[in-house]
Design a protein around this ligand. Structure first.
Ligand SMILES: [Zn+2]
Length: 272
Protein backbone atom coordinates (compact mmCIF):
# COMPACT_ATOMS: atom_id res chain seq x y z
CA UNK A 1 0.00 0.00 0.00
CA UNK A 2 1.55 3.33 -1.03
CA UNK A 3 2.80 5.29 1.98
CA UNK A 4 4.69 8.58 2.20
CA UNK A 5 7.91 7.28 0.57
CA UNK A 6 5.96 5.71 -2.31
CA UNK A 7 3.91 8.86 -2.90
CA UNK A 8 7.05 11.00 -2.75
CA UNK A 9 8.56 8.68 -5.36
CA UNK A 10 5.45 9.12 -7.54
CA UNK A 11 5.74 12.89 -7.08
CA UNK A 12 9.33 12.90 -8.31
CA UNK A 13 8.37 10.67 -11.21
CA UNK A 14 5.53 12.98 -12.19
CA UNK A 15 7.76 16.06 -11.84
CA UNK A 16 10.35 14.45 -14.10
CA UNK A 17 7.92 13.33 -16.79
CA UNK A 18 4.63 15.16 -16.90
CA UNK A 19 5.02 18.89 -16.20
CA UNK A 20 4.66 21.75 -18.72
CA UNK A 21 2.93 19.80 -21.46
CA UNK A 22 -0.45 20.77 -22.77
CA UNK A 23 -3.17 18.36 -21.70
CA UNK A 24 -5.23 17.43 -24.76
CA UNK A 25 -7.51 14.88 -23.16
CA UNK A 26 -8.42 12.96 -20.05
CA UNK A 27 -9.41 9.37 -20.71
CA UNK A 28 -11.44 8.07 -17.77
CA UNK A 29 -11.58 4.29 -18.10
CA UNK A 30 -13.18 3.68 -14.76
CA UNK A 31 -15.03 6.49 -13.04
CA UNK A 32 -15.05 4.57 -9.75
CA UNK A 33 -11.79 6.27 -8.71
CA UNK A 34 -13.22 9.76 -9.30
CA UNK A 35 -14.20 11.54 -6.09
CA UNK A 36 -16.58 14.49 -6.16
CA UNK A 37 -15.95 15.07 -9.85
CA UNK A 38 -17.46 13.61 -13.01
CA UNK A 39 -15.37 12.39 -15.92
CA UNK A 40 -16.76 15.25 -17.98
CA UNK A 41 -15.89 17.90 -15.45
CA UNK A 42 -12.39 16.49 -14.92
CA UNK A 43 -11.69 16.67 -18.65
CA UNK A 44 -13.30 20.09 -18.95
CA UNK A 45 -11.21 21.51 -16.13
CA UNK A 46 -7.89 20.11 -17.32
CA UNK A 47 -8.06 20.21 -21.11
CA UNK A 48 -5.83 22.89 -22.61
CA UNK A 49 -3.97 23.35 -19.33
CA UNK A 50 -0.55 22.19 -18.18
CA UNK A 51 0.57 20.59 -14.96
CA UNK A 52 2.98 23.10 -13.46
CA UNK A 53 4.09 21.80 -10.10
CA UNK A 54 3.19 19.28 -7.44
CA UNK A 55 2.94 19.08 -3.72
CA UNK A 56 2.66 16.07 -1.43
CA UNK A 57 1.04 15.94 1.96
CA UNK A 58 1.05 12.58 3.72
CA UNK A 59 -0.27 10.07 1.20
CA UNK A 60 -1.96 12.68 -1.00
CA UNK A 61 -0.35 14.10 -4.11
CA UNK A 62 -1.61 17.42 -5.47
CA UNK A 63 -0.70 18.51 -8.98
CA UNK A 64 -1.23 22.15 -9.84
CA UNK A 65 -2.50 22.95 -13.32
CA UNK A 66 -2.26 26.51 -14.62
CA UNK A 67 -5.15 28.74 -13.59
CA UNK A 68 -4.89 27.39 -10.08
CA UNK A 69 -6.77 24.14 -10.12
CA UNK A 70 -5.22 21.17 -8.33
CA UNK A 71 -5.59 17.56 -9.30
CA UNK A 72 -5.62 15.36 -6.21
CA UNK A 73 -4.29 11.83 -6.37
CA UNK A 74 -4.55 9.29 -3.58
CA UNK A 75 -3.09 5.90 -4.39
CA UNK A 76 -5.26 3.74 -2.15
CA UNK A 77 -3.84 0.23 -1.92
CA UNK A 78 -2.44 -0.49 -5.36
CA UNK A 79 -2.20 2.84 -7.18
CA UNK A 80 0.84 4.07 -9.10
CA UNK A 81 1.73 6.30 -12.03
CA UNK A 82 3.08 5.35 -15.41
CA UNK A 83 4.24 7.67 -18.15
CA UNK A 84 4.63 6.44 -21.68
CA UNK A 85 4.95 7.73 -25.18
CA UNK A 86 3.24 7.02 -28.43
CA UNK A 87 6.38 5.37 -29.84
CA UNK A 88 5.83 2.40 -27.56
CA UNK A 89 2.31 2.09 -28.83
CA UNK A 90 3.50 2.41 -32.41
CA UNK A 91 5.96 -0.44 -31.89
CA UNK A 92 3.31 -2.69 -30.44
CA UNK A 93 0.04 -1.75 -32.07
CA UNK A 94 -1.55 -5.01 -31.03
CA UNK A 95 -0.90 -4.44 -27.36
CA UNK A 96 -1.84 -0.83 -26.92
CA UNK A 97 -3.86 -1.94 -23.95
CA UNK A 98 -0.88 -3.63 -22.35
CA UNK A 99 1.13 -0.45 -22.81
CA UNK A 100 -1.50 1.56 -21.01
CA UNK A 101 -1.66 -1.10 -18.33
CA UNK A 102 -4.45 -3.48 -17.58
CA UNK A 103 -5.51 -1.39 -14.64
CA UNK A 104 -5.11 2.13 -16.01
CA UNK A 105 -8.18 3.88 -14.58
CA UNK A 106 -7.51 7.41 -15.80
CA UNK A 107 -5.06 8.43 -18.51
CA UNK A 108 -3.97 12.04 -18.97
CA UNK A 109 -3.13 12.60 -22.62
CA UNK A 110 -0.57 15.30 -23.44
CA UNK A 111 0.36 16.84 -26.75
CA UNK A 112 2.56 14.59 -28.93
CA UNK A 113 0.54 11.69 -27.55
CA UNK A 114 2.56 11.35 -24.37
CA UNK A 115 0.46 9.91 -21.58
CA UNK A 116 0.37 9.64 -17.83
CA UNK A 117 -1.70 6.76 -16.49
CA UNK A 118 -3.11 6.39 -13.01
CA UNK A 119 -3.01 2.64 -12.61
CA UNK A 120 -4.92 1.09 -9.74
CA UNK A 121 -5.81 -2.57 -9.72
CA UNK A 122 -7.97 -2.64 -6.61
CA UNK A 123 -9.48 0.83 -7.06
CA UNK A 124 -9.19 2.12 -3.53
CA UNK A 125 -7.40 5.13 -5.04
CA UNK A 126 -8.99 8.53 -5.52
CA UNK A 127 -8.78 11.27 -8.10
CA UNK A 128 -10.38 14.62 -7.55
CA UNK A 129 -10.07 18.34 -8.12
CA UNK A 130 -9.21 20.77 -5.35
CA UNK A 131 -9.26 24.55 -5.42
CA UNK A 132 -7.31 25.13 -2.24
CA UNK A 133 -4.98 22.45 -0.92
CA UNK A 134 -4.67 23.82 2.62
CA UNK A 135 -8.42 24.05 2.92
CA UNK A 136 -8.76 20.47 1.70
CA UNK A 137 -6.26 19.23 4.29
CA UNK A 138 -8.08 21.11 7.01
CA UNK A 139 -11.47 19.80 5.94
CA UNK A 140 -10.16 16.23 5.91
CA UNK A 141 -8.62 16.84 9.31
CA UNK A 142 -5.21 15.53 8.24
CA UNK A 143 -2.31 15.94 10.63
CA UNK A 144 1.03 17.48 9.71
CA UNK A 145 3.13 15.63 7.17
CA UNK A 146 5.38 13.06 8.85
CA UNK A 147 8.47 14.58 7.24
CA UNK A 148 7.59 18.15 8.13
CA UNK A 149 6.62 17.63 11.74
CA UNK A 150 9.19 18.94 14.25
CA UNK A 151 10.30 17.35 17.52
CA UNK A 152 8.01 19.49 19.69
CA UNK A 153 4.97 18.65 17.55
CA UNK A 154 5.96 15.00 17.48
CA UNK A 155 6.29 14.83 21.28
CA UNK A 156 2.98 16.58 21.61
CA UNK A 157 1.22 14.08 19.35
CA UNK A 158 2.59 11.10 21.27
CA UNK A 159 2.02 12.42 24.77
CA UNK A 160 -1.46 13.83 24.16
CA UNK A 161 -2.96 10.72 22.58
CA UNK A 162 -3.42 7.38 24.25
CA UNK A 163 -3.18 4.01 22.59
CA UNK A 164 -0.60 1.62 21.20
CA UNK A 165 2.24 3.66 19.73
CA UNK A 166 1.77 2.01 16.35
CA UNK A 167 -1.88 3.12 16.18
CA UNK A 168 -0.82 6.69 16.87
CA UNK A 169 1.78 6.57 14.08
CA UNK A 170 -0.86 5.19 11.71
CA UNK A 171 -3.49 7.80 12.56
CA UNK A 172 -3.50 10.16 9.58
CA UNK A 173 -5.39 12.77 11.56
CA UNK A 174 -2.48 13.02 13.99
CA UNK A 175 0.46 12.60 11.63
CA UNK A 176 0.05 12.09 7.89
CA UNK A 177 1.95 9.70 5.66
CA UNK A 178 2.99 6.68 7.74
CA UNK A 179 1.33 3.37 6.89
CA UNK A 180 1.64 -0.21 8.10
CA UNK A 181 5.03 -1.13 6.60
CA UNK A 182 6.96 1.97 7.63
CA UNK A 183 5.34 2.20 11.07
CA UNK A 184 6.80 -1.26 11.77
CA UNK A 185 10.17 -0.22 10.34
CA UNK A 186 10.31 2.96 12.42
CA UNK A 187 9.44 1.10 15.64
CA UNK A 188 12.00 -1.60 14.85
CA UNK A 189 14.69 1.03 14.37
CA UNK A 190 13.75 2.73 17.65
CA UNK A 191 13.60 -0.66 19.48
CA UNK A 192 10.05 0.01 20.66
CA UNK A 193 7.41 -2.72 20.81
CA UNK A 194 4.53 -1.64 18.53
CA UNK A 195 1.87 -2.36 21.18
CA UNK A 196 3.53 -0.09 23.78
CA UNK A 197 0.99 2.34 25.22
CA UNK A 198 2.06 5.91 24.52
CA UNK A 199 1.45 6.73 28.20
CA UNK A 200 4.29 4.33 29.06
CA UNK A 201 6.77 5.79 26.58
CA UNK A 202 9.66 7.45 28.36
CA UNK A 203 11.01 10.73 27.08
CA UNK A 204 14.13 8.91 25.92
CA UNK A 205 12.04 6.57 23.76
CA UNK A 206 10.17 9.46 22.16
CA UNK A 207 13.48 11.19 21.54
CA UNK A 208 14.62 8.02 19.74
CA UNK A 209 11.39 7.60 17.80
CA UNK A 210 11.53 11.04 16.20
CA UNK A 211 14.89 10.67 14.39
CA UNK A 212 13.97 7.04 13.57
CA UNK A 213 10.83 8.30 11.79
CA UNK A 214 12.77 10.85 9.76
CA UNK A 215 15.58 8.44 8.98
CA UNK A 216 13.33 5.62 7.79
CA UNK A 217 11.12 7.84 5.64
CA UNK A 218 14.06 9.64 4.04
CA UNK A 219 16.05 6.49 3.44
CA UNK A 220 12.96 4.79 1.97
CA UNK A 221 12.54 7.70 -0.45
CA UNK A 222 16.22 7.38 -1.41
CA UNK A 223 15.53 3.69 -2.05
CA UNK A 224 12.52 4.67 -4.20
CA UNK A 225 10.30 2.83 -1.70
CA UNK A 226 11.56 -0.43 -3.20
CA UNK A 227 11.83 -3.38 -0.79
CA UNK A 228 14.77 -4.70 -2.85
CA UNK A 229 16.72 -1.47 -2.42
CA UNK A 230 16.24 -0.64 1.26
CA UNK A 231 19.14 -1.50 3.61
CA UNK A 232 19.54 -5.19 4.42
CA UNK A 233 19.41 -4.27 8.11
CA UNK A 234 15.72 -3.39 7.75
CA UNK A 235 12.69 -5.40 8.69
CA UNK A 236 10.99 -4.80 5.33
CA UNK A 237 12.83 -7.45 3.29
CA UNK A 238 12.29 -10.03 6.06
CA UNK A 239 8.76 -9.44 7.27
CA UNK A 240 6.68 -12.53 6.76
CA UNK A 241 6.46 -16.02 8.19
CA UNK A 242 9.85 -17.50 9.05
CA UNK A 243 11.58 -14.12 8.72
CA UNK A 244 14.56 -13.60 11.03
CA UNK A 245 15.47 -10.40 12.83
CA UNK A 246 18.31 -8.69 10.96
CA UNK A 247 19.72 -7.57 14.33
CA UNK A 248 19.60 -10.66 16.56
CA UNK A 249 18.68 -13.41 14.06
CA UNK A 250 15.77 -14.61 16.21
CA UNK A 251 12.45 -15.29 14.55
CA UNK A 252 10.19 -12.32 13.92
CA UNK A 253 6.68 -12.31 15.33
CA UNK A 254 3.42 -10.95 14.02
CA UNK A 255 0.36 -9.60 15.79
CA UNK A 256 -2.64 -7.50 14.90
CA UNK A 257 -2.09 -4.01 16.26
CA UNK A 258 -4.12 -1.00 15.25
CA UNK A 259 -6.15 -3.41 13.10
CA UNK A 260 -3.11 -4.19 10.94
CA UNK A 261 -0.71 -7.11 10.65
CA UNK A 262 2.37 -6.00 12.50
CA UNK A 263 5.85 -7.53 12.33
CA UNK A 264 8.42 -7.02 15.04
CA UNK A 265 11.23 -8.72 16.94
CA UNK A 266 10.08 -9.63 20.47
CA UNK A 267 13.70 -9.70 21.62
CA UNK A 268 14.87 -6.35 20.23
CA UNK A 269 11.54 -4.62 20.85
CA UNK A 270 10.67 -5.54 24.44
CA UNK A 271 7.13 -4.92 25.54
CA UNK A 272 6.82 -2.50 28.47
ZN1 LIG B 1 15.92 -8.93 17.14
Amino acid sequence: MPELPDVETFKRYLDATSLHQRIVGVDVRNAYVLKDVSARKLAQQLKGRRFESSRRHGKNLFVRADHAIWLRLHFGMTGFLRYFKNEEKAQQPASAKATAGRHARVVFVFEKDHRLAFDDQRMFGEIGLVKDVDQFLKKRGLGPDALHVDLAQFKNILTKHRGPVKSILLNQKLIAGIGNIYADEILFRACIHPATQTSLLKEKAVAKLFPATRYILKKAIESKADADRVPKSWLLPRRGRGGKCPRCARELQSATIGGRTTWFCPHCQKRL
